[in-house]
Each structure stands twice: as C-alpha cells, then as structure tokens.
Write a protein of this length. Sequence first.
Length: 143
Amino acid sequence: MPRIKVELPEKFNFSTAIDVRITDINYGGHAGNDTILSIIHEARMQYLQYYQFSELNIGGAGLIMRDLVIEFRKEIFYPAFIEVHVALANASKASFDIFYKLSIHKSAPVTDVAYAKTGMVAYDYTNKKVVALPENFRAAVIH
C-alpha cells in the first residue's frame, strides 16, 4: 500500500508557536499521534481567531471536519516548541482544505516533523446540513 504524502502549498499566510508539554509524551518517549492532532486543532483555532472567526461561527455558519491526513516525518521530544504554518486552499462552494506544516526549533537546522491537511465544510449546526461558505469568510480568508 502506498504511503500518504501531503502536498503542501507553496505559501503559508499564518504561523504560530506551540510548546510541547511533558503530558504530550507517550510511553514511546516521544509525542503521541494524538498530540499532533491536538496541535493542529490549536493552530486551526488560532488561525480562525486571527481572522476573527471560530469553528462555530465563520460569519453565519459553523465548520465541521470532513477528513484528516497526517504525514509523520520525525519524532518530537520534550522539551521543544513546534512552529505551525497554516494555509487555506482548494476552496469550493461549501468547503476548503487547511494545510499545516509542523517544524521543530529545538536546534539548528529547523526540522519538519509533520505535515497535515484537514478538509473543512461549512455547516449549519441548527439544521444539521452543509451550507455555502459565507461571503464575509471568503473575503477575509480565501486568497
């Protein structure tokens, strides 16, 4: 079976630093796969907040995750901080992808530790249905 490869966009328009906590370390002595998911979730929340949105309100609709892909590249050890670069791409009427590049800055040179993609869909939680991306969200975030 072929390995998953996340094809990253050339440009990222947001980044944030997230500390690795001792509680992120698993019995293997490195950050667990659930930690990577938590880190990209935090980065997504910060990305949306940067544009004054949240997962529950992107200008009249919420967001729901359609799919998730993580390509693990290197182990993450404690202590360290991860720089997460975030980019939005592949927008359609009701959905888009968010790409994440996680790099560790514990020592030179900077090392990429994971790439990820989440497929996000505009969602009306009250009526439980997919809706179009709000125009104010498109104008602010989709480049």
